[in-house]
Design a binder for this molecule. Structure first.
Ligand code: FES
Length: 910
């Protein structure tokens, strides 16, 4: 068959049934991305004869003799297509995984389609941006600034990979060719709880192309947790690479390694597994009752109470809550539930592994924690550090989901067994049934207040469902019970929380790490108390929030290293109050029967997780006057690669383009705990600052010796070293040093302690239809205290993306599990990741603060924008309807019964 691909004629025979996406990727057009296999996400968009299509849905043979354009060919002979330039100017991406497909779709729109983006963009999902930046690209808005030497920090500079991202050349995990690559497919459990009596491999091994089948008999005995943490003292070691017991539907049972994916899949179908099906418990409330089936046995290290399926608990009291309730004029109590939410990063979990010429295992995977993953793999497989390398290419999103080792252990086992390069890539369905979700929680809150607005008692009872495994369960529970109550002054507080095992898909780390769930409940109760005493919710919050000097009391606060490095919560509240009141005269096209209301919610977050988060950074001056900056942290759309260069460039008084970034490769040395907990700027950025300052001092000392001046008389200035009246280029200095055998380098080490605090306040104006339960967002505004803003454009993007994910989780998203423990909606189209049409533009405002702990005054702002969203929406809906809805998500069918009861049948007929 003859194809015209990006202007070149090409003859090839696709495999029977091969889709165009896979066909193009195998030809090396890696700008065609794989996000699903169902035409839902648009990451695989290409143009056929100028029309955008989802290439995963098109059989490759159907494109015979048609003109195919991938992102690599969009510009033709030009340097860049106008739409690629527009995406660059607006920096309309974060992880960039959706970007090639999005650009191709946008580039194909006519004027009428551009006027109707809700329809025009419905086939392309973006999980990161919230779509505002994409719309701005279509409006030709320019956000990017340029820097001069020394003023990089604080400017909206482009991401270093920007040009490659819009051209489809940024290499993600699988965008590389490896000769002789084998494929792994996983057989997954059909049972929520079963013991594997035996696995007959014979038929599978007889499938042509199948090389090996791995089962529990081939796996190391060592138990571990898939959640990666610097210290694992709180973790239950409840997981094996392959186990004799399966504890959720979707757990891996066996791995088939084959020459092709098709053979590996066929091998899985031919495996005969003899299961002894065991009773299962799906509901966490049932799991703690006497006689409930147990998920793990008592010999498993790290479980608090295996007999009652209790993984961990938090118990805390301050003062006397009963006395606090007795002293209050108003008490409000309610129970709130939050659902399972999937990360839905467009790049699924996956990786490659091979053994290099030195006999080392190399794993290239989509992980947020390459260094901890290497450490864990070395422990499991009894390998020394120098026999294992983990490297990340660019990640197509993570949001905490890739702080989890879900493929690297199987890859390592397979490569050690076969000595062949291997690949394992989750399908979208596997992502839903075999990866992790947000911890569903039931949060009971009781609180009391006096009429003067004093919060007298605050009590939390939390039941967190960790699913079948305990990865992150204790830490998420602990965090959930932390800042959500620490942000309020109250003399009487009590917390009882447990994390409970069930025979369901495991929960895991997810943006916000437990705080969104409890914030949803606490902020609702704060609103209700305010109403109960006749005070505005804003005023009630102002009276009770912590301010510098106040103790921040919550579980563990007695030993906390959290300080008021800066404080901008008061500013955030003011900004939101002003923005909401200034917009009250805005007009909306609404029928008169819609009910409208406003709501706010606030959150505080410690700038990094407790107990240490470490980063080692090195920077060196090369002989050509340019710099090599080596950082361990990963870029997955969070923008840290941009910020690290800005920090270093500012310290060294040079333009960012003089700094080459090498990152997320354990071979580069140093150590980084990982790109999670918003640590990329606050911890790794601090290490970068220290490294750059050490290098600066090293250069100045050398220059002083060279010019026979004092160090104090020397300074860096615009790519030069100025010593008295002499002005030397950095290249001159580097050349002189290299001639003497000297290499300039600086090292920075950051521990993530002490920690500071960041704040977010979200405001919404909504309309609710009393007859249908439909919710429309009329106004969305978020104020953030992120200290000095390293890159306003990127920080705004992080906030917009966090709000977008928060809106999705508040209104639509839910991983639904039936009473057998089966995920019933493992597809994007049934899960409802928000599309362009679902999201409002969010106005972003910044408090003016500068942090005493963070690098150059910056604080973290990656997770926290998500945290107040559901709470603020719940408060706005309550304001509109007079009904407190306590269960997420706020789907119309959930709201409808209470609305119908309150507003009557008449509302249905309106
Ligand atoms: Fe769109 Fe990440 S930038 S999915």
């Amino acid at each position: 068959m003859t194809y015209l691909i990006n202007g070149q004629s090409f003859t090839s025979e696709p495999r029977p049934g091969q889709c165009l996406r896979t066909f193009l990727r195998e030809l090396g057009w890696h700008g065609v991305k794989k996000g699903c296999d169902a035409g839902d996400c648009g990451a695989c968009t290409v143009l056929i004869d100028g029309e955008p299509v989802h290439s995963c849905l098109i059989p490759a043979h159907r494109a015979d003799r048609h003109e195919i354009t991938t992102i690599e060919g969009l510009a033709g002979d030009e340097n860049a297509h106008a739409m690629q330039r527009a995406f660059l100017d607006a920096q309309a991406f974060q992880c960039g995984f959706c970007t090639p497909g999005m650009i191709l779709t946008c580039a194909s729109l006519n004027q009428a389609q551009r006027a109707d983006l809700t329809n025009a963009l419905k086939g392309n999902l973006c999980r990161c941006t919230g779509y505002r930046a994409i719309e701005d690209a279509l409006l030709n808005r320019k956000e990017v600034e340029t820097d001069g030497a020394g003023d990089a920090f604080g400017r909206s500079l482009a991401a270093p990979a920007a040009t490659k991202v819009v051209r489809g050349q940024a290499p993600y995990t699988f965008d590389t060719a490896i000769d002789g690559l084998c494929h792994i497919k996983l057989l997954r459990s059909p049972h929520a709880h079963a013991r594997i009596r035996a696995i007959d491999k014979s038929e599978a091994l007889a499938v042509p192309g199948v090389l090996d089948v791995l089962t529990w008999e081939d796996a190391p005995e060592r138990r571990f947790t898939t959640g990666t943490h610097e210290f694992t003292r709180d973790d239950a070691l409840d997981t094996r690479v392959l186990d004799t017991v399966v504890r959720f539907i979707g757990q891996r049972v066996a791995a088939v390694i084959a020459e092709t994916e098709a053979a590996a899949e066929q091998g899985c179908r031919k495996l005969r597994v003899d299961y002894e099906v065991l009773p299962a418990v799906i509901d966490p409330r049932q799991a703690v009752l006497p006689g409930a089936p147990t998920v793990h046995d008592a010999t498993t290290p790290g479980i608090l109470n295996a007999a009652h399926n209790i993984l961990a608990e938090v118990r805390y009291h301050l003062g006397d809550v009963d006395a606090g309730f007795a002293a209050s004029d108003v008490v409000y109590e309610n129970t709130f539930t939050t659902q399972r939410v999937q990360h839905a990063h467009l790049e699924t979990h996956g990786g490659l592994a091979w053994i290099d010429d030195a006999g080392r295992v190399n794993v290239r995977s989509s992980t947020q924690t390459p260094f901890l993953t290497r450490k864990l793999l070395c422990q499991i497989f009894d390998l020394p550090d120098d026999k294992m390398r983990v490297v990340c290419a660019r990640l197509g999103g993570g949001f905490g989901g890739k702080q989890e080792m879900l493929v690297e252990d199987i890859l390592t086992l397979a490569v050690l067994r076969t000595d062949r390069p291997v690949k394992l890539e989750f399908t979208r369905e596997e992502q839903f049934i075999g990866a992790t979700t947000r911890h569903p929680m039931r949060v009971r809150v009781k609180a009391g207040a006096r009429r003067d607005g004093t919060l007298t008692a605050l009590q939390l009872d939390v039941l967190s469902n960790t699913g079948a495994y305990g990865n992150h369960g204790p830490e998420v529970l602990y965090h959930a019970c932390g800042e959500s109550i620490a942000v309020y002054n109250c003399l009487n507080k009590k917390v009882d929380g447990i994390a409970v095992y069930t025979h369901t898909v495991p929960s895991g780390a997810f943006r916000g790490f437990g705080l969104p769930q409890t914030t949803f409940a606490v902020e609702a109760v704060i609103d209700e108390l305010a109403r109960g005493i006749g005070m505005t919710p804003m005023e009630f919050r102002r009276r009770n929030i912590v301010r510098p000097g106040d103790p921040m009391t919550s579980p563990g606060s007695e030993h906390s290293d959290v300080i008021y490095g800066s404080y901008g919560l008061d500013q955030c509240l003011d900004l939101i109050e002003t923005a909401m009141s200034d917009s009250r005269n805005e007009s909306y096209t609404l029928a008169p029967d819609w009910l409208t209301g406003e709501g706010v919610a606030l959150t505080m977050i410690d700038t990094v997780p407790p107990f240490g988060h470490f980063a080692d950074v090195r920077i060196s001056l090369r002989a050509d006057g340019y710099f090599d900056l080596v950082v361990g942290t990963v870029e997955f759309g969070n923008g840290t690669s941009t910020v690290h260069r800005q920090i270093a460039a500012s310290a060294l008084m040079v333009p960012v383009d003089t700094i080459r970034l090498l990152q997320s490769d354990t071979d580069h040395g140093g150590h980084d705990t990982g790109a999670y907990g918003s640590a990329g700027t606050f911890v790794a950025g601090r290490a970068t600052q220290l490294a750059a300052e050490a290098l600066r001092d090293d250069i100045l000392r050398f220059a002083a010796g060279l010019t026979k001046m004092s160090v104090e008389a020397c300074r860096l200035d615009a790519g030069h070293v100025v010593c008295g009246s002499r002005r030397l280029t950095l290249k001159d200095i580097a050349t002189a040093a290299h001639a003497q055998g000297k290499v300039f380098s600086g090292h920075g080490h950051a521990t993530g302690s002490p920690r500071s605090i960041s704040f977010n306040v979200q405001g919404f104006r909504v309309a609710v239809h009393p007859g249908t339960g439909q919710v429309r967002i009329l106004k969305s505004v978020q104020a953030a205290d992120a200290g000095r803003i390293a890159n306003p454009m990127q920080c705004r993007g992080q906030i917009e993306g966090g709000v977008a994910q928060g809106i999705g989780a508040a209104l639509y998203e839910e991983v639904i599990i039936d009473d057998q423990g089966r995920v019933v909606n493992p597809k994007f189209r049934d899960y409802h990741v928000p599309s362009f049409a679902d999201l409002p533009r969010t106005e972003v405002l910044f408090a003016q603060t500068s942090d005493s702990v963070g690098p150059l005054g910056a604080k973290s702002m990656s997770e926290s924008p998500y945290n107040p969203v559901a709470a603020a929406l719940g408060n706005a809906i309550a304001d509109a309807t007079g009904i407190r809805f306590c269960d997420l998500p706020f789907k119309p069918d959930r709201l409808h019964p209470a609305l119908a009861e309150k507003f009557g049948q008449a509302s249905l007929e309106r």
